[in-house]
Every structure is written in C-alpha cells, then in structure tokens.
Design a protein around this ligand. Structure first.
Ligand SMILES: [Zn+2]
Length: 318
C-alpha cells in the first residue's frame, strides 16, 4: 500500500493533465493510483492478473478489462470505487478533480459541461461527488492554539421577488460560522442563527479546550474565557481598535471574504440549502493551501473513495 501511495504521489503532477486528455491515459493513471506496480484481482486479491487484449488489433480491450487467472473474474479499475456509480468517462472525472483542486475559486458544473462536452446532469453529478470528497473529516482533531472565531452572512443582498413576505425564499442572507487557527486549519459551517447557544455550540465542537479564543465583541461570545484554558480575547470593531497586539480576527474575516467573492463570481447566488457544499470546496482549498496541485488532487481522489459509501442523495441529483 505504502509503495503504491508514494508512487502515485510522485507520478501525479506530470500525469494528471495527460489523464484528462484521453481515456486510456486516465484508466492507466487511476490503475497506478489504486494498485501501484502490483495490480490485484478485485474479487480474490490474486496478483496473477492480466490486461485483456482485443483479438483483432492486439491493443488493450476497449472496455479496459482485466482478468484474474485464479478466479477467472473480469473487472475494470472502476469496480468497487466511486467511478463505478456512473458511466461518465474517467478522463472527465480526472479533469473535474484536477480543475476543482487547482483553481482557487473552483469550477462550476456549467463550465464542466462545456469543457468536457457532457450533460449538465453528469457535470452536476461529478461536482457533487467531488465536493462531498472535500467535506471535512469528522475524525480529524479539533482546532488548537490561537483560534479566531467569527460569524458572517452569505447570500443575496436584496429580496429576489418584490412583494413576497420578508421571511420568504431568497429574502435573507444565511449565517455562517468560521473557526480558524492562525497559520493552520479552518472549519466553517452554515448555522441556524447567531445566538450564544448556536455560536458557542459550534466553538465547543470545533475547538480544543486548551485553545485561546479570539472573537469580536458580539455578545453571544461572552463567557468563553470560563471554558477555554487559553482565555478569550475580544477585538472591538466599533472603536477603530482593529488590531491590538495579536488580538484580531483578520484571518477569519479574510477567509469569509474569499468565500463571498468566489460564490458571487463563479456560482452567483447559491441557495441556503446547498451553501454547505460550496463551503466544503472553499475550505478544502484553504486547508490544503500548502500542498502542491498534484498532492491536493490525489488527496481529494482518495477522500472520494473513503466517503463513497456515506454518500446519500435523497432526491436523486443535487
Ligand atoms: Zn481473482
């Protein structure tokens, strides 16, 4: 396993763009990622396997089949993976992962539709799977050290339809909470409201009790110093006191700004219902900002495998 992983890491930067351009290259790229130099049968695990050839041309079988000499099983690299769930060509998967992981603002389903010449439905399917792969891992450790916490509102500025009730669809922005370590990782989530109960609940779930919490003067944050060993510092935005020593929430605010610009620029208005998926994508990019493009793409591909069986779509696509 370990060898296969290192191998895929070292090969990835040169091979991903190629894998996006033709199906054979994509198949071989994913085979290398999955099996390294020792391809194995997906049914019995035997390594006595071979690539099937087309009888007429002697080229590789058109469906890229493998065959196991031990159990006689025929299979492809898609079997038992996230790629098995659709008939979308593997080069499009590679392209979508590559674009989503290398562009700061991500890629929209419409762009994928045009660039890959696939249906909008297929493009949405790809992007939903990729965003899900980018979702935070619930088993990862809580944030620690100096942690800035901040809330903001994301969404359309004005009511979309005049004359509808002010609680109607599209009339209000969606509250979003972020906790971010200085020079480290962040966690962001859509929240129901900005009450003390909600905001403190989010902080307790995301931040280690030994941390130092830094927030603005929003009253909902009052009392956190009793719960966090590092204390609770507040910065007052109302009195031009934006930066006192190291007490500021500039990191949290700049990550919010990045998301807002990205969502307006690429995705226009994202509805409240789907906002969390776009946050996964932006936050994944932030949390992997020190990796190179190839490492980040491979990480997302592996995460897609890990989360494959957790994915549930109650209403079909979207
Ligand atoms: Zn077998």
């Amino acid at each position: 396993m370990e060898n296969g992983h290192n191998l895929s890491k070292s090969l990835v930067v040169e091979n991903i763009p190629l894998a996006c351009s033709n199906e054979l290259a994509a198949v071989e790229f994913l085979e290398k990622q999955r099996w390294g130099n020792t391809p194995a049968c997906v049914k019995c695990g035997s390594v006595d396997v071979y690539k099937m050839k087309d009888a007429k041309t002697g080229e590789r079988n058109r469906r890229y089949l493998w065959r196991c000499k031990d159990c006689k099983e025929q299979y492809t690299v898609r079997i038992g993976t996230v790629y098995e769930e659709s008939r979308i060509e593997l080069r499009h998967w590679c392209y979508a992962f590559w674009r989503a992981c290398t562009s700061k603002k991500g890629v929209s389903a419409l762009e994928l539709k045009r660039q890959c010449q696939i249906s909008y439905k297929s493009a949405l399917f790809l992007m939903n799977r990729i965003r899900f792969a980018m979702a935070p891992d619930p088993t990862s450790p809580k944030l620690s050290g100096d942690v800035e916490c901040d809330e903001t509102y994301i969404g359309p500025r004005r009511p979309r339809y005049k004359g509808t009730s002010k609680h109607g669809r599209g009339t209000s922005k969606t509250p979003v909470f972020v906790a971010v370590e200085r020079n480290g990782q962040l966690r962001r989530r859509v929240i129901a409201d900005v009450t003390a109960q909600t905001l403190k609940g989010a902080i307790r779930e995301e931040v280690d009790r030994r941390a130092r919490i830094i927030t603005d003067e929003h009253h909902s944050y009052n009392g956190l110093e009793k719960e966090f060993a590092g204390g609770h510092e507040t910065v007052s935005h109302g009195t031009y006191e934006f930066v006192r020593r190291d007490v500021h929430t500039n990191t949290a605010e700049s990550t919010h700004a990045l998301v807002k610009r990205g969502i307006v620029g690429i995705y226009h208005n994202v509805s409240r219902e789907y906002l969390h998926r776009y946050l996964w994508q932006f936050d994944f990019m932030w949390n992997t900002r020190k990796m190179n493009d190839g490492e980040r793409t491979v990480l997302a591909m592996k995460a897609a495998e890990g989360k494959r069986l957790m994915y549930k779509q109650p209403n079909g696509i979207q």
